[in-house]
Design a protein around this ligand. Structure first.
Ligand SMILES: NC(=O)c1ccc[n+]([C@@H]2O[C@H](COP(=O)([O-])OP(=O)(O)OC[C@H]3O[C@@H](n4cnc5c(N)ncnc54)[C@H](O)[C@@H]3O)[C@@H](O)[C@H]2O)c1
Length: 366
């Protein structure tokens, strides 16, 4: 199969979907891998490394999309890429279809097969932990006074208590946030609906200043923390919020919200996605950091994790075609978003009120 690795065009996004070792493996299986020039430049994967692994280097995205059948990316398809989409394409990338109506319109119109990488990770998204770690670091920085924060240091000194943080959601992102926050010495409360997630975090961090509670207890903690990190995998169909705009007035002066999940109209009512170029904005005196591609800040590390996690799926698709690969692997099938103009992802259908066919039903019918 002809596999294409385009350069990511989202601002400040340095990740690349496949690195030279994965390219070499695909080439050794008889596939052709087309890599856009400079695709790996920020991930310490130079063009000559790709060439040495057997890749064919392509000058521009238009030519790459034209020749490739399987397009392997990291981020969603952005407007400048819409015109490149063709019906014969299989797209494997992080799509987040429910949150992006315009992109889904184009994928359906193109009648291609799209598979959402974010739905396929049996062991959790490889870059979630990184997002939590980097998001926490940014949050700690924003607690310092010159950045508008409360001015509390992140570890205990003299008689002054360390900064206090509230982590909402103790999954992959939340655990990454805990590693950074507790490693630095902050005092942290973690909230989750899931008792197992709370118990696990408590067992891991029993030597640190950490406690866990049910998310219902959020109002009790909100007014006492310097930093809130939202790491909740939010049900996109919900219309309520964990922190409404009205609740911002209950927060401490100088408090900051790092919304890593950053779902528009999601857990934090006042959140909207931001970029690394302009990451922070204020609402009612509370600074919000809502960068939606946080791991893009560590492209060398994040690309390594992503490439290794997705390679088995890329091999399976390249060998059997996308639909047969989905029939053979239920985790891959979970990501099937659309094919031939048919929407197969329940969450996107529910949130955007679109007709859809469940993936299993679709796969059985073609
Ligand atoms: N900004 C970024 O760059 C970036 C990077 C990676 C992940 N994310 C996003 O972060 C979010 C979390 O990802 P993850 O990999 O940690 O997911 P996950 O499934 O591993 O963890 C989510 C946690 O949220 C908890 N949860 C669900 N509903 C809750 C509620 N109402 N109240 C409290 N807790 C609740 C779950 O029990 C679970 O422990 C996702 O939306 C993901 O897309 C963003």
């Amino acid at each position: 199969m002809q596999i294409g690795v385009p350069r990511e065009i989202k601002p400040q996004e340095g990740r690349v979907s496949l690195l030279p070792p994965q390219v070499g493996e695909l080439v050794s299986l008889g596939h052709t891998v087309l890599v856009e020039k400079n695709a790996g430049a920020l991930a310490e994967a130079a063009a000559d490394h790709y060439a040495a692994a057997g890749a064919e280097l392509i000058d521009d995205a238009a030519a790459l999309f034209d020749r490739a059948e399987l397009i392997v990316k990291v981020k969603e398809i952005l407007p400048p890429e819409y015109a490149f989409l063709r019906a014969h394409h299989i797209l494997f990338t992080n799509i987040h279809a429910a949150a992006n109506r315009q992109q889904l319109d184009r994928l359906l119109q193109a009648r291609l097969i799209a598979i959402a990488a974010e739905e396929t990770h049996e062991l959790g998204s490889p870059n979630s932990v990184l997002a939590g770690e980097i998001g926490a670091l940014e949050g700690v920085r924003l607690v310092l006074a010159p950045h508008g924060g409360s001015g509390r240091h992140f570890m205990r000194h003299f008689e002054a208590m360390p900064a206090r943080a509230l982590v909402l959601g103790l999954g992959g992102v939340g655990r990454g946030a805990l590693r950074t926050l507790l490693g630095l010495g902050l005092s942290v409360v973690g909230l989750d609906t899931n008792a197992a997630a709370r118990r696990e975090a408590t067992l891991v961090w029993y030597k640190s200043d950490f406690s866990a509670d049910h998310i219902h207890a959020l109002p009790r903690y909100l007014g006492h923390v310097d930093l809130v990190l939202n790491c909740v995998l939010w049900d996109k169909g919900r219309n309520d919020h964990l922190i409404s705009r009205a609740m911002l007035k209950d927060m401490k002066r100088g408090a900051v919200i790092v919304d890593i999940a950053c779902d528009p109209h999601g857990a934090i009512e006042t959140s909207r996605p931001t970029t690394w170029e302009d990451p922070v904005y204020s609402v009612d005196g509370v600074r919000h950091f809502c960068v939606d591609n946080i791991p893009g800040a560590a492209p060398v590390t994040a690309s390594a994790g992503y490439a290794v996690a997705i390679l088995p799926f890329i091999k399976l698709i390249a060998e059997h075609g996308a639909l047969e690969a989905c029939r053979r692997n239920r985790w891959l099938a979970r990501g099937l978003t659309c094919a031939g103009g048919v929407l197969t992802l329940a969450e996107a259908a529910r949130v955007q009120d679109r007709p859809y066919t469940p993936a299993e039903q679709f796969l059985a019918s073609v």
